[in-house]
Design a protein around this ligand. Structure first.
Ligand code: NA7
Length: 289
């Protein structure tokens, strides 16, 4: 029999994830801080819980996908928090991107309650979430992963078991640092070519035939050339991940000079942004109106 699932956090990622869980036939309970964001899923058959605690108590598997470490702490340990509701013997999966240290703290709190825990941040953006083609980076035991694989199959095309709790978040932070640097490198190369009198499109065309070819060019370059920064993966969340990566580097005493410079640049573009934009908006640093 399919496990019942609770989903806490119905932002850009949570809503399509919920829709795919319903489509796959899971009994779904949802909770979101802004209650109205649950309406569409409720119309499709989900049950709305009144509190995170009630949501967690309703199911065999509980998934959280909220903004950042303070948001996760709030939904777990805040008033009527989910941690107090998790059923003994159930599985808790956190798909938010947070620090490995917080993932390990959550794991310890779950162990005390006889709850199995996976840190399972995702990649693929809203596009991957809508298609049910996310990629999941998993930290925790293989046995727990095996239990939730039918749930993962409804929302993801692949998942990687990377080690004990915290390993999923470690890989996610390293990966997003790489993506942020790649997009910054592309923005810098476009700025240089454009200043030198060559259209950015021509640079991209050449890049597509070179060793620097990357799927990221297909997705982000056209948006950067059009100055179209509608958020798929918001700049504010990428900057949050870069800060988490830099904190981790400090903790592990790893020197990341390009990461540090890029984190500062992303921070200044974020501070100047007047609306929620994609991280491709890093290009706007060189595209003054
Ligand atoms: P969004 O679209 O910014 O959504 C964030 C979600 O987190 C949304 O449901 C928020 O509720 C919720 N949130 C934020 N702060 C809190 C607090 N303090 N308490 C409870 N709930 C909160 O992010 P995405 O869906 O794109 O990304 C989610 C995660 O996946 C993030 O870690 C990414 O880095 C990867 P709201 O609707 O605002 O009431």
């Amino acid at each position: 029999m399919k496990p019942s699932v609770s989903l806490i956090g119905l932002g850009l990622m949570g809503r399509p994830i919920g829709a795919n869980l319903l489509k796959a036939g899971f009994a779904l309970t949802v909770w979101n801080r802004t209650a109205s964001r649950a309406d569409a899923l409720v119309a499709q058959g989900a049950r709305a819980a009144k509190t995170p605690r009630e949501a967690a108590a309703a199911s065999d598997v509980t998934i959280t996908i909220v903004s950042d470490p303070p948001a996760l702490e709030q939904v777990l340990w805040g008033p009527e928090g989910a941690l107090g509701g998790l059923r003994s013997g159930s599985v808790f999966v956190d798909s938010s991107t947070v620090s490995p240290a917080l993932a390990r703290r959550v794991a310890a709190a779950c162990t005390e309650r006889d709850v199995a825990f996976l840190d399972a941040p995702v990649t693929g953006g809203t596009w991957g979430a809508e298609k049910g083609e996310l990629v999941i980076m998993v930290g925790g035991s293989q046995e727990t992963l095996t239990r939730v694989e039918p749930v993962f199959a409804a929302i993801a095309k692949r998942w990687f078991h990377l080690g004990p709790n915290g390993a999923g978040q470690t890989v996610k932070l390293a990966m997003n640092l790489l993506l942020a640097l790649e997009v910054d490198a592309l923005a810098e190369a476009l700025a240089l070519a454009t200043a030198g009198g060559v259209a950015g499109e021509r640079l991209v065309e050449v890049m597509q035939s070179s060793m620097g070819r990357a799927p990221l060019l297909d997705v982000k370059a056209p948006l950067m050339l059009k100055h179209d920064y509608k958020p798929s993966f918001p700049l504010r969340l990428m900057h949050k991940d870069m800060r988490l990566a830099m904190d981790l580097a400090k903790e592990l005493q790893v020197d990341l000079p390009a990461g540090a410079a890029a984190t500062e640049l992303y921070g200044s573009v974020l501070a100047a942004a007047r609306e929620d934009v994609d991280y491709a908006a890093i290009s706007s640093h060189w595209q003054k109106p």
